[in-house]
Ligand binder design. Structure first.
Ligand SMILES: Nc1ncnc2c1ncn2[C@@H]1O[C@H](COP(=O)(O)OP(=O)(O)OP(=O)(O)O)[C@@H](O)[C@H]1O
Ligand SMILES: [Mg+2]
Length: 348
């Protein structure tokens, strides 16, 4: 049988002192009253130095704005999202990123100060940042590679194939010497095969890197892609531009195009849709790309992060690409109704 027991003041003190999260308390003026070992470690200030230290010393101008907002919301009883991310300046001048919660210290019904619990997430953040820049570089290298391959196919392989076709053409259509019919038929066959190969080659090059996006920009490229899909698969696709079209940075254009391309591939492969709509909306502070279909829809995963681990690289890739341009991707899908992919990219 377990017996209930009460923790003593000393026990609480022990918990406070040795918690792995930093904790500190200050009065209404920001004078530091108490803190634990983790706080010492985080801030770089030793306990003996605390008297006379004001917590604003831990804040940069930017952090101060956030701290004041938190204080105001807590005092006014407004809703505050906890925990929140904050940047602290240590004694040595370094910046640490923390995830923290703040609550008022209430004594006799009056707010007398604030207490904070914070976890240092600087390393985690850095790792995330490194990961992102790694993905960014891989995506760039991949695009460069595609561009190079597409150029090679277009500028070197295509012309030699074209020349071959022309020469075959010249032989079969020449009357001197007149060729035996069987040989002529064979040559014509070869001519047609070469034509087909050229057609396929051009399509490959276009898929790798549509020149149209470099030459005429995103809207033209979206229209071109929609037209192709309509022609080849009979899905009726409308492209609409809303607002005043604005020149987007090359990388944004390319990545939005890639997202639309992946979304359309999914529509073609999975949706069984008869219609689709691509909308590009130029707002003042953001650009929004929407790709919508009237197909069968599907059940969305619980978390977007699960996509990659489920081997769904298409949707995961779309999300990665959106993040590379600081954008945000939203998926909506309803069984029997269709699917919508929305990417919002803030204006630089
Ligand atoms: N527009 C859509 N309509 C219906 N189902 C869709 C649509 N888009 C995606 N899906 C469903 O979501 C799944 C995940 O899509 P995702 O693009 O990530 O992978 P995939 O298309 O199966 O493979 P790939 O990695 O080659 O793209 C698809 O297998 C399909 O079941
Ligand atoms: Mg896919």
């Amino acid at each position: 049988m377990e017996t209930r027991f009460e923790l003593t003041e000393q026990d609480y003190r022990y918990l406070f002192e040795n918690a792995s999260d930093a904790m500190w308390v200050h009065d209404m003026r920001g004078n530091l009253l108490d803190g634990n070992k983790a706080f010492e470690k985080l801030s770089g200030y030793a306990i003996e130095e605390w008297t006379g230290i004001n917590v604003t010393q831990l804040l940069s101008d930017e952090s101060l704005v956030l701290a004041e907002e938190v204080r105001r919301k807590l005092l006014n009883g407004e809703e505050l999202e906890q925990s929140y991310e904050q940047r602290l300046v240590t004694k040595g001048g370094a910046t640490r990123i923390v995830k923290m919660t703040t609550s008022p210290v209430i004594i006799n019904g009056k707010v007398r100060g604030f207490q904070h619990v914070a976890r240092d997430i600087t390393e985690e953040k850095q790792l995330q940042e490194n990961m992102r820049s790694y993905v960014q570089q891989v995506t760039r290298v991949q695009e460069d590679e595609r561009k190079r391959l597409a150029r090679g196919l277009h500028d070197d392989v295509s012309p030699s194939l074209l020349l071959l076709i022309q020469r075959l053409d010249a032989i079969t259509s020449s009357t001197k010497p007149r060729l035996p019919t069987s040989l002529k038929n064979k040559l014509e066959d070869l001519h047609n095969q070469a034509l087909e190969a050229l057609e396929n080659l051009r399509r490959c090059a276009q898929d790798l890197r549509p020149r149209i996006i470099d030459d005429l920009g995103l809207v033209a490229a979206l229209e071109w892609m929609a037209e192709n899909l309509t022609k080849e698969y009979g899905i009726d696709i409308k492209v609409e531009v809303v607002g005043v079209e604005r020149d987007l940075p090359d990388e944004v254009q390319l990545l939005l195009f890639r997202i639309a391309q992946e979304a359309l591939t999914n529509i073609r492969r999975h949706a069984e849709a008869s219609r689709a709509w691509i909308t590009l909306e130029f707002g003042e502070d953001k650009t929004v790309l929407t790709v919508k279909d009237n197909g069968k829809g599907f059940k969305l995963p619980q978390r977007m992060g699960d996509l990659a681990s489920m081997g769904k690289l298409g949707l995961a890739g779309m999300q990665e690409r959106a993040q590379l341009i600081k954008g945000n991707l939203t998926l909506q899908s309803e069984l029997g109704k269709g699917t919508t992919v929305i990417v919002e990219v803030p204006t630089e």
